[in-house]
Design a protein around this ligand. Structure first.
Ligand code: ATP
Length: 237
């Protein structure tokens, strides 16, 4: 049984039919990436999974349970954590306080301490700066903080929306390496990216979205060799 199974998902914003029957699966332990042009429906897919918008039709199953109608905060408690596009940290709170916000679903002190240690192992920079205000961090550090905060709840499934957006090339590389590392340590990841090349490099499988539909899917390595993908998304002629 896949960890996440989506069938025939239709999502609307008013009259805008953003998702037109998406089918998608994520197995436990995978990195799956969604690639596609602006407006293809990538972010909407993540928002629909995490319960921020509701599908009009179709079915979302997580860990064998249908979650279409489960409130967003309950979906978080079930182990789905969504890192939306843009580095939305609390600028007037410290790094530590920001991280603790991510642990709000947890009560056990020991678990919180363990999770914090895991985040600091992954991002030593955040440990060094734990008392610094979020707003004074660099762009790359803020991105680490948003991801670190999401990991504080130890999600089973991490939904990442454009984690590399707006970062300098060196930091982009570091973020993708980190995503691979998070996955290697046991978190399943659904990754939305404009940077198709980098996403396909670290992903096990990929789905290509065009105007609300899946037009191609398969092992990431295969899609990387696919002529349509190379022309449309990897900038080749
Ligand atoms: P991008 O990378 O540009 O964010 P995307 O693939 O993530 O692209 P979505 O943001 O999911 O695309 O948008 C899918 C469609 O839904 C687009 O046509 C977009 O204009 C529309 N849309 C997205 N959000 C809203 C909204 N809040 N209200 C109305 N339409 C929306």
């Amino acid at each position: 049984m896949p960890l996440l199974r989506i069938e025939n998902l239709h999502t609307y914003y008013g009259h805008v039919h953003a998702l037109k029957g998406i089918d998608l699966e994520v197995e436990e332990g995978e990195i799956v990436t969604l690639i596609g042009a602006n407006g293809a429906g990538k972010s909407t897919t993540l928002r629909t999974i995490s319960g921020l918008v509701r599908p009009r039709e179709g079915r979302i199953e997580f860990g064998g349970q249908v979650i279409n109608h489960v409130p967003a905060h309950k979906i978080v408690q079930m182990g789905v954590c969504h890192v939306p596009e843009g580095r939305r940290i609390f600028t007037t709170l410290t790094v530590m306080e920001n991280l603790m916000m991510g642990a709000y679903t947890l009560k056990d002190e020991k678990t919180i301490r363990e999770n914090l240690q895991r985040v600091f192992d992954l991002f030593p920079r955040l440990a060094e700066r734990k008392n610094q205000l979020g707003g004074t961090l660099s762009g790359g550090e803020q991105q680490m903080l948003t991801i670190g905060r999401a990991l504080m709840s130890r999600p089973r499934l991490l939904l990442l929306d454009e984690p590399s957006l707006g970062l300098a090339p060196m930091l982009v590389k570091a973020i993708f390496e980190t995503i691979r590392e998070i996955n290697a340590r046991g978190t399943t990841i659904l990754l939305v990216e404009q940077n198709a090349r980098a996403a396909l490099k670290i992903a096990h499988r990929a789905y290509v979205l065009e105007t609300g539909r899946v037009v191609l899917s398969g092992p990431a390595q295969e899609l990387m060799r696919d002529e349509r993908v190379r022309k449309a998304y990897l900038g080749e002629r």
